[in-house]
Structure formats: C-alpha cells, structure tokens
Design a protein around this ligand. Structure first.
Ligand code: PH2
Ligand code: MG
Ligand code: MG
Length: 290
C-alpha cells in the first residue's frame, strides 16, 4: 500500500525537557505526522468513516504536547505514535517532533526526532469469508480458496471451519452445496478483499449464468471487522447472514463470539436459525494450503 496522509505543523506550548527551566517556562513544540493508509475504500465511498480522520490525529498530537511533561522528545514522539497506530486503518505512522527553540548553546536551525511504528498484521482487520460449491469437484474448489489466500500477500489465514453439506437455499432446483467459513486477518481494504474473493471464483471457472443457480465456487465476504456498509458492491455485514444456517453453523465453529450484528454473537445467530439441512462432513480442508 502506498497511500498516505500527511499532517504537519501541529504546534503548541509544552513543558517537556531535561532542564528545570524548560519544565517551568515551557516552549514551542511542533509535530508532523505521516500516516500510511489505504485510500481505496474511502475514495470509493467518499465517506470519512472509512478513512482515518486527520482531525483526530491532530487532536492526539496536540494533547500529547500540552499533556504531562516528559524529559525527551523521543518519549513524546513515541506516545503519539502509539496512539495513532491504534486508530483503525492506520498501517504505519511516522511522527516527527520538532523543538525549534531547544536550549542549545550555538546557533542552530531546528532539531527534531522521528518515531516510526507499523501495525502488526496480526492486529489488522479480521475478515470472515463464506465459501460454497455445488458443481464439479466441490472439495477441490473450496480448497482452492485456502490455497489462494495463503498465496496472497497481506493475508494471514487464521482458521477454517469443518465442511458442511447443505441443502440449497433459494434459487432453482440444484445439487447440495459444500459450505465452510474461513477467517483471515488482513491489511487489505474491503474492496481488495472483494477483488481477491472474485479472483478465487474466476480461477475456479465460475460463470454467473443463473442468479442463485449452481456454481463451481462462491466466495462471500461475511464481515470485515466491525465495518458496516451499505455499498451496493459490498454490503457489510453480508445482508443475509441472519437467515443462513449454511453460513452461521460453520462460522460458529470458528468464531462463535464475533458480533456481526448489534448485540448478537455468531453463536446466538446460529442457535436462532438452527441446523436444518446443514450436515457435518468429515472433509478436512488444508488450512495452510496444498
Ligand atoms: N449460496 C447461495 C444460495 N443458496 N444454499 C446453500 N446451501 N449454500 C450456499 O452456499 C448457497 C445457497 C447464494 O450464494
Ligand atoms: Mg453466496
Ligand atoms: Mg456470492
């Protein structure tokens, strides 16, 4: 990802420094912050909720400057970096703290320190994918999703549910499905996850002939962290999860405590919908791919 947000010159009087007179009299501190983010989702929705609000970032920097005095600007930079990296969607942050009037006995232009922190991929967004197949080698099609996810960069495959054989819900008369749910952690944007899901479907030779008809492979994004979106391309959480045993039963096996809908865990939703037409198989998918 190469998108960024640059915020410069957040300045205020602070009382940081090694010397007593610095803590007593105070002086100007100025902070620059460079965020590495992913603009895909924000620009496609034009919605500030899907990006990092730079006003919140400025607020964090300002509060650190005017907050409790510390000795070193390194400490100040790190405090700001720690808080900013925890904002949802920040992949990396570079914080520079300037102390333009530092007590230095010779003429100088400026002095600053920079602290960089990266989001740990294992702390990135948790995504649930529902996978299904009812044509051709169904098990091989499901396995191909795990293979593709393992090969993708910025994706950590966390878990895969047991495989269930399920009666088709809706659509024309068709064969039973094999269904499972995969949990990944990823730094990809929702749009990138959707693109990856579509790549998997295409590689399995999917053709979209009949709406809700038989398919070699269907990969649905069930949830992207706590993101709620009514984008027509990608509604999140997936709009029909609450009615679908073939999604909820396997999902409850791998992430029962996750809360996709207000106040209801996956386990709650699975209990409510029941397991009619959803039968456990002994098929095991290879989590780390083949
Ligand atoms: N997918 C559908 C419609 N109906 N039924 C089952 N049992 N499994 C599916 O994956 C499935 C379905 C649309 O995506
Ligand atoms: Mg589907
Ligand atoms: Mg689909």
């Amino acid at each position: 990802v190469t998108d960024s947000i640059l915020l410069t010159g957040v300045s205020a009087t602070g009382y940081h420094g090694v010397f007593d007179f610095e803590k007593r009299e105070g002086q100007e501190f100025s902070v620059d912050i460079k965020l590495t983010v992913n603009h895909d989702w924000a620009s496609s929705t034009d919605d500030v909720r899907w990006t990092v609000n730079y006003a919140s970032v400025a607020q964090i920097a300002h509060e650190a400057i005017v907050g409790p005095p510390v000795d070193l600007i390194e400490t100040l930079a790190d405090q700001i970096a720690r808080e900013v990296i925890n904002l949802a969607g920040v992949l990396q942050v570079e914080v520079t703290v300037h102390k333009p009037h530092a007590p230095i006995a010779v003429t100088f232009g400026n002095v600053s320190v920079t602290r960089t922190r990266s989001a740990n991929l294992s702390q990135s967004v948790r995504v649930a994918l529902g996978i299904g197949s009812n044509m051709g080698d169904r098990q091989a099609h499901l396995q191909s999703v795990l293979d593709a996810l393992n090969a993708a960069s910025e994706v950590n495959v966390i878990d895969v549910s047991p495989v269930y054989e399920t009666a088709p819900v809706g659509g024309p008369e068709q064969q039973d499905f094999l269904n499972a749910v995969v949990i990944i952690n990823t730094a990809l944007s929702p749009q990138e996850v959707l693109d990856l899901a579509h790549d998997c479907e295409i590689r399995a030779g999917r053709v979209r002939e009949v709406h809700w008809g038989p398919r070699t492979l269907d990969v649905d994004v069930l949830a992207y962290g706590a993101l709620q979106s009514d984008d027509t391309q990608l509604t999140l959480p997936h709009p029909r999860i609450a009615e679908r045993g073939f999604v909820l039963i396997p999902w409850a096996d791998v992430d029962p405590e996750f809360v996709p809908l207000t106040g209801k865990t996956v386990a709650d939703l699975a209990r409510a919908v029941g397991s009619d037409g959803v039968h456990l198989t002994d098929i095991q998918l290879a989590l780390w791919g083949k």
